[in-house]
Write a protein that binds this ligand. Structure first.
Ligand SMILES: Nc1nc2c(c(=O)[nH]1)N[C@H]1C(S)=C(S)[C@@H](COP(=O)(O)O)O[C@H]1N2
Ligand SMILES: [Mo]
Length: 269
């Protein structure tokens, strides 16, 4: 097990046997991108997430509970792209022009060793593939297959300092700040998760989607998959992973682009 923190008890990452029940999902069949809000079962899961606090949810469900995984046949024929789908930032366009050969993932902040990793470096690390359902807060869902490096593999190589509590993802895409002010602030997408989620076996930085190189619409060259939370947590176009003690100093202080605009920081499903 990855276990970048000495105090964590490792559990085998592939507990597929335990998933059998979850996989059948009682006739919950999705084709394409169904509106999850129309499914009473899914709706109640989303509602429950709003009611239960982060701590209660963690206590009831366990820090290592796996999100359901699906079969190849369940993969949505079209996976909707949402939020930024074609960043126009100069820096990003230059990287994309060269097929991300010059792109590097920076890992810094409260770490023992800062890292700068190319896509080849990431592909040389242990990988995980998972077929999962993506639920957007707007009420649609798609099933896709993701391959990438478990975040824990990267963090164990960087060495997480004991003061660190959160992982911040800094992205390449600029959005306006969504305010109604005359001169809206331009801001790059950002997100954060805690170290329990960072250490979860399904938390991966994905470079492949449905068996192909991740495309620009879905976050090339690297995007977070965080399967137990809603879509907005899963930062696309990740450029930098920063270990911090607190996210209070990050933009609006709520831990993410959408959190600073009113959404929950812990978007459990
Ligand atoms: N960098 C970045 N990451 C992002 C977003 C974004 O606008 N920029 N949108 C989020 C939202 S709301 C969702 S639902 C998913 C969409 O992922 P997809 O385009 O692969 O469907 O990405 C999330 N991550
Ligand atoms: Mo979303």
């Amino acid at each position: 097990m990855n276990g970048f923190r000495a105090d964590r008890e490792g559990k085998p990452p592939h507990r597929r046997g335990l998933l059998a029940g979850a996989l059948s999902l009682g006739g919950f069949v999705l084709s394409g991108c169904d509106r999850v809000s129309n499914e009473p079962q899914a709706r109640s899961i989303l509602d429950a997430a709003n009611v239960l606090t982060y701590r209660v949810q963690r206590f009831l469900l366990g820090a290592h509970r796996l999100a359901p995984e699906f079969a190849e046949a369940d993969i949505s024929s079209e996976f909707r792209a949402n939020g930024s789908t074609d960043p126009q930032d100069d820096e990003y366009l230059d990287l994309a022009d060269k097929d991300f050969a010059d792109w590097r993932l920076k890992v810094d902040g409260l770490v023992e060793h800062e890292l700068s990793l190319s896509l080849a470096d990431l592909r040389a690390l242990p990988s995980r593939t998972q077929i999962t359902r993506h639920d957007c807060v707007e009420g649609w869902s798609c099933i896709g297959k993701w391959t990438g490096v478990p975040l824990a593999e990267i963090l164990s190589r960087a060495g997480v300092k004991p003061q660190a509590r959160y992982v911040v993802f800094h992205c390449a895409d600029t959005l306006d700040d969504g305010s109604l002010s005359e001169d809206p602030e331009k801001i790059r997408y950002y997100e954060s998760i805690d170290l329990d989620d960072a250490d979860h076996p399904q938390t991966i930085l994905a470079y492949d989607m449905n068996g192909k190189k991740l495309d620009i619409a879905h976050g090339a060259p690297l995007r977070l998959r965080l399967e137990r939370q809603l879509g907005y947590k899963m930062a696309k176009y990740v450029m930098r992973v920063e270990l911090v003690r607190s996210y209070a100093g990050l933009h609006g202080g709520k831990g993410g682009y959408w959190e600073d605009r009113g959404y929950e920081w812990y978007a459990g499903i």
